[in-house]
Every structure is written in structure tokens, then in C-alpha cells.
Design a protein around this ligand. Structure first.
Ligand code: COA
Length: 266
């Protein structure tokens, strides 16, 4: 599973972590159909890998200026309504694949995360950013609405009223505000420090069972927005499932035997 033949993504493997760079720096990494299709290929391939070759994904943008400056505006200029809908579906499919991916994904936002960029970041498990990152859903400025999940995910991240205010005004927000409203979890001075910071986080996550982490991810995602009893039902069922795994037996035994657990992802 080496992703070398992709034209718009630069994939690099480091210490069991897959670093995906959206690689269209001359277009500020705008999301063309090709970028979205290539992301789909990578995410589907990873979902099929039950060996947990990768323990995490870092999604970032090539260059210093942008994470992703949005869906490709040039491409949308020529689309009719049905093509527009298909483009939204493609973007939404990618964000859903990110959310349902069995491994955690950290967005590392270096610069502009506008429109589709903000939407991609929000579909990751959490967001790290540099001090010069800029977030926003500026679609209304172009006579558009967010189409890759922004109308649905922004409110889940920052609350309904704040989400309305941001989407109706189309204003961009700087890092202080993005962090204050809970959109960004950690801030770094440079891109390099941010990638190292994400690698440090994965260093901790990698000591756990990847199977158990994927269960946590699955239950949190599936329970989001559900009535509490339904969410707890999902949690109970997942709790039952993990009692069938070797990693649960190993983790509990290792604690009782006062040793470090050896997890296998099984
Ligand atoms: N889609 C397609 N191309 C984009 C793009 C997008 N979302 N965002 C930037 N680009 C392209 C520009 O057209 C330009 O291409 P060119 O050199 O061939 O003309 C290149 O990327 C550099 O962008 P530029 O606007 O010259 O950089 P800047 O530093 O002056 O401004 C932004 C940066 C992000 C403020 C500005 O590019 C912008 O407003 N982009 C659109 C953001 C947006 O509305 N996103 C939501 C889309 S639904």
C-alpha cells in the first residue's frame, strides 16, 4: 500500500503514520475532482487494510500558504445543476470516508482552510493549526453554499448560532478565534512544529490497540447527534464487542500483571 502514482497528493510514510499533502500549491491546494478522487482511492485502500499498517493519518497542504483554499472555483464555473450536485456528493463522500476511517486523522492546517478546506479539516478527528491559519466558510461571497458538509458539521463543532453567523457572513476567522470557539485543538508556530506535534500525539496513540482506537472513533462518530439512550446503546454494544478481542484480554491482564501490554490489533 504505497501511494506513489497520485498526481495531486504527495504521500509519505513516517513511523507508521501516513502523511498526505494535498499537492496543488499553485492553486492553493484547491479541491478539484481529481484531488477528491485520489483522496477517495487512498481512504478506501486504508479502510480495507485490517492489519492496521498505518496507525494514523496527517492531512496537510503542500507549501506554506494553504491547507486547502476551498473547492475548485474554476471547475464550478462550468458546472450545471446536476454536475454541481455530483461534485458536492464527491466531496461529501470523501469527508464521510475520513470520518468512518478506522484510523485517526489529524488535520494539520498551515494557512488557508476556507470553504472545502474548512470542511475537510472538520471531517478529521481533530485539528492542529499554525498561528497564521485562517478558517472560514466564504461560499456565500460567491453565491454558493457550503457543499462538502459545512452546513452540517460546522454547527457540530462550534454550535448552531455561531455556525449560522459564520456561514451567513462568510467571514474568515483567525487562529485565536478558531481556538476560542473549539474548532482548533492545538496551535503551533510553524508547519514543521505542527507536524512534529501531530507525530507526538500519534506516538501516544500508537501505544494503544488500533482496534480499540477504531472502536472509540466509530462509537463517538455514530453517537454524534443521537438521543443519549441511543448513543449509550451503541456504546454498550461496542463494549460487548471489545470483550471478544484479544487486545482487551491483553490490556486488562497486563495491568494486573504490572507489565506493558502487547497489543495486536485483534
Ligand atoms: N479554487 C480554484 N483556484 C483557487 C482557489 C479555489 N478555491 N483559491 C485560490 N485559487 C487559485 C487562484 O485562482 C490563483 O490561481 P492563478 O494564479 O492561476 O490566478 C492561485 O490559486 C493563487 O491564489 P490568489 O488568489 O492569487 O492568492 P492570494 O494570496 O491573493 O489570495 C485567497 C488567497 C485564499 C484569499 C484567495 O485565493 C481566495 O479568496 N480564494 C478563494 C477562497 C474561497 O472562497 N474558497 C471557497 C470556495 S467555494
Amino acid at each position: 500500500m504505497i501511494f506513489t502514482d497520485l498526481e495531486t497528493l504527495l504521500c509519505e510514510e513516517k513511523e507508521e503514520i501516513l502523511i498526505i499533502n494535498i499537492n496543488r500549491p499553485d492553486k492553493l491546494n484547491a479541491l478539484s475532482e481529481q484531488v477528491l478522487n485520489e483522496l477517495k482511492v487512498v481512504l478506501i485502500e486504508i479502510e480495507r487494510d485490517f492489519s492496521y499498517k498505518y496507525k494514523g493519518i496527517i492531512l496537510t497542504g503542500a507549501g506554506d500558504k494553504a491547507f486547502i483554499a476551498g473547492a475548485d472555483i474554476q471547475a464550478m464555473d462550468e458546472m450545471n445543476a446536476e454536475e454541481g450536485k455530483a461534485f458536492a456528493l464527491l466531496g461529501q463522500e470523501v469527508t464521510l470516508l475520513m470520518e468512518s476511517s478506522p484510523i485517526p486523522i489529524i488535520a494539520c492546517v498551515n494557512g488557508f482552510a476556507l470553504g472545502g478546506g474548512c470542511e475537510m479539516a472538520m471531517a478529521c478527528d481533530f485539528i492542529y493549526a499554525t498561528e497564521k491559519a485562517l478558517f472560514g466558510q466564504p461560499e456565500v461571497n460567491l453565491g454558493l453554499i457550503p457543499g462538502f458538509g459545512g452546513t452540517q458539521r460546522l454547527m457540530r463543532h462550534v454550535g448552531v448560532a455561531r455556525s449560522r453567523e459564520l456561514i451567513y457572513t462568510g467571514r474568515n476567522i483567525k487562529i485565536e478565534e478558531a481556538q476560542n470557539i473549539g474548532l482548533v485543538q492545538k496551535v503551533f508556530a510553524t508547519k514543521e512544529e505542527m507536524i512534529n506535534g501531530a507525530m507526538e500525539t500519534f506516538k501516544i496513540i500508537k501505544t494503544k490497540s488500533p482496534l480499540i482506537i477504531s472502536k472509540c472513533k466509530d462509537v463517538i462518530r455514530s453517537g454524534e447527534g443521537l438521543e443519549i439512550h441511543k448513543g449509550l446503546e451503541l456504546e454498550r454494544e461496542a463494549f460487548r464487542f471489545i470483550f471478544t478481542t484479544k487486545d482487551k484480554s491483553e490490556g486488562v491482564k497486563a495491568f494486573l500483571e504490572k507489565r506493558t501490554p502487547q497489543f495486536q490489533g485483534k
